[in-house]
Design a protein around this ligand. Structure first.
Ligand SMILES: [Zn+2]
Length: 159
């Protein structure tokens, strides 16, 4: 009797381990859009880039979209967030009328050089943004890793 129980428990343990391993394999191979975290950060980054670009054009009187170098320069400077901007970003209402800065907004978490670029940013070094800047006359920026684009009018588009 004891032997049968031991075998049964061993068999169940094997099945459970097998299921966990299989599930893990499946989860790690899921398509990008189900890998939610990075996707939402990227989407948020693109919205931030749109807000900053709008403000830069107004402030420096340059045509929209402004050069990406200007966006990079203003990223670490806090801005007073309006209600419209906070709603667009989908942030909590506490952000309305608060000074907020948006560091690292030009780096997508899916960029293979993400960590290197974050390190370079923290050292004040220049790095290539993850996003393709103004690739066509309706797009402000495009993420080749997430296939997400922010259009000139602020809409997010999947490609
Ligand atoms: Zn991305």
């Amino acid at each position: 009797m004891i032997n049968r129980k031991v075998y049964l428990i061993a068999f169940l343990l094997f099945v459970i381990c097998f299921l966990i391993a299989t599930m893990w394999q499946i989860i790690s191979k899921l398509p990008l859009e189900i890998n939610i975290g990075a996707y939402y950060i990227c989407r948020y980054n693109l919205k931030v880039i749109w807000i900053l670009s709008q403000r830069i054009s107004r402030r420096y009187q340059v045509s929209f979209p402004p050069p990406v170098e200007l966006v990079k320069l203003t990223m670490n400077k806090p801005i007073l967030l309006t209600e419209r901007e906070a709603n667009y970003l989908g942030t909590s209402s506490e952000w309305i009328g608060a000074y907020v800065d948006f560091p690292l907004s030009l780096i997508c978490p899916r960029d293979p050089k993400y960590l290197l670029k974050v390190a370079m940013d923290s050292q004040g070094l220049d790095y290539e943004p993850s996003y393709i800047w103004h690739p066509d006359n309706r797009t402000l920026a495009y993420c080749p890793y997430c296939r997400l684009a922010v259009l000139l009018d602020g809409k997010i588009e999947r490609r």
